[in-house]
Ligand binder design. Sequence first.
Ligand code: NAG
Ligand code: NAG
Ligand code: NAG
Ligand code: NAG
Length: 629
Amino acid sequence: MAPPWSSVRIAASGLAMLASWTSTANAVDMTAADYFVHSLPGAPAGPLVKMHAGHVEVTPAGSGNGNLFFWHFENQHIADRQRTVIWLNGGPGCSSEDGALMEIGPYRLKDENNLEYNNGSWHEFANLLFVDNPVGTGFSYVDTNKYVSELDEMANQFTTFLEKWFKLFPQYEHDDIYIAGESFAGQHIPYIAKAILERNKQPATKHTWNLKGLLIGNGWISPPEQYDAYLQFAYEKGLVKKGSTEGNKIEAQKAVCHQKIAASAKDAVDVSDCEEILQEILRLTAETLPKDSRGKNQCVNMYDVRLTDTYPSCGMNWPPDLTSVTPYLRKSEVTAALHINSAKSTGWQECNGAVGAAFKAQNSVPSVRLLPDILKEVDVLLFSGAEDLICNHLGTEAFISNMQWNGGKGFEVSPGNWAPRQDWTFEGESAGFWQQARNLTYVLFYNSSHMVPFDYPRRTRDMLDRFLGVDISGIGGVPGQSLLDGEKLPDTTVGGATNNTASDQAQKDKALEDAKWAAYQKSGELVLAIVAIGAAVWGFCMWRSRRRTQGYQGLAAAAERVRGNTGLESFRNKRSGRDVEAGDFDESELDDLNVATPTEMNKERYSIGDDSDEEHPSEKRKEGQSSSH
Ligand SMILES: *[C@@H]1O[C@H](CO)[C@@H](O)[C@H](O)[C@H]1NC(C)=O
Ligand SMILES: *[C@@H]1O[C@H](CO)[C@@H](O)[C@H](O)[C@H]1NC(C)=O
Ligand SMILES: *[C@@H]1O[C@H](CO)[C@@H](O)[C@H](O)[C@H]1NC(C)=O
Ligand SMILES: *[C@@H]1O[C@H](CO)[C@@H](O)[C@H](O)[C@H]1NC(C)=O
């Protein structure tokens, strides 16, 4: 065994190296090559989608050490122009890897080890940028006392992220940019759009960003109408009977909610007395539904009322793919492939309750207030899955009707005339309808849950391509069959674009080669970096143990919050007994954390749940299954 002094000396010389190395730190600043994803475990045979992934710092060490994680997929084909779609999931605090691996990304999980292609992937004609937002969410991280609490703060950090990201990847900075997402991202997206539009107008801005459109699915956008819509939707779906004792009790709760909203100077993003309406509806369904085959109480799935779930999960065990996604994203080969920074010390989890609990948005107005100004400059598409309860389509339709924008109110296009709802037929099936006026488009998807691209990836891509204005008639390929009011629409495709691809394939192969070479060249610098890392280990351990201590404090504090709260906080805090950012890296503990069935009535807000019901996953996906009778 080496005498103790030798390790001291090694550390000392390491520190000396570190000192000289930091003075030339620019040499090892991250470049695009460092983010290149060389391989993805479990990917199907065949060409790998060109991907980059990793962390970008948005707040320096000292003011939070906030780092956002991104996963970027390059488009498969270039249509008439380059487009980038940024995708954000909800929560607050739920990871956009949901979108990447269960909704619009190129790959889906077949099981926890194997990926397969998603036939409806949105990357056919658009580059996709998934970001775990805000800090602390998914693979993103931050010091636990620096979670974001307001929407403008979130948007500022996001534009900081974009500034740095476009420095790394300038080839995308002039793309047409679209921001898309779901659920609570209905708050995030308009705030980010506003921040981008303001940034573009500043004289100091060298490169403006071509923000072209927003797409929001089952968004949480205007709380007053959306809270009201809970009971209306429950009546319509037969979950609650109008005039019944239970119905009247919930009506009373609705009156309390109205008073709370009327009493507040500005309408709030969340109101706990209003959240209680949804909780009561779910509780009621637990009383009326029969027990499941294991004798457990069931309630309706708040993300798809055709489905049921055990009480009090009520949808948190959904969608079934999560049982594969979570273990997959915790594999060390996967985190290595995605360049997960070692400072991100905990395994991936879908939703971080601590992030959600901190995101109070108490000084923020709901994003609906931002939409009229945004619509002056940017097209907005709102889409809804018709079977979702938590952000249901009746609420969305109600706030659109009440909203004034571009010289009119709602979908009234001239006095007494409303924009028609055009029937949408996709591949011979009735898919929903489209409605449009003054830069706002609304699309309803029939037979769909809260996560429309999970249910209907190909239909959502048809929607995307239309919104983006991709017309494949100039490109070649097999058009999808899509009709509005029986009229043939511009040709988009559902996976058949084969022409024009020889030329863009050659271009892409070359880019891929270049990226690989750049990565290998950079690895020469690895030797130096390893020495520096060796020296830094000592500092790192110190930091880790300090964080661990904080973690326990965080745990106690979080537990306190859960006990003290009703309503929204408990919705958001499914996993808030844990402070994941601060926790140490104990995989088995993390597994517990994710597999355990919550024992209280504390549902995750505006997001999908985590654990799948292993026993009957397929049964739960049956279409048209009614939970109310
Ligand atoms: C995708 O399409 C191919 C060919 O049409 C089909 O064989 C495959 O099963 C589809 N995959 C999925 C996940 O739907
Ligand atoms: C719709 O947006 C465009 C910019 O994309 C803008 O020029 C136009 O004035 C907007 N339409 C209306 C009716 O305001
Ligand atoms: C889908 O929704 C439409 C309209 O609500 C309905 O007519 C149709 O039966 C539904 N299809 C399925 C398979 O549930
Ligand atoms: C591709 O383009 C060629 C020549 O323009 C055309 O003959 C062929 O039919 C196209 N193929 C597809 C699949 O559209």
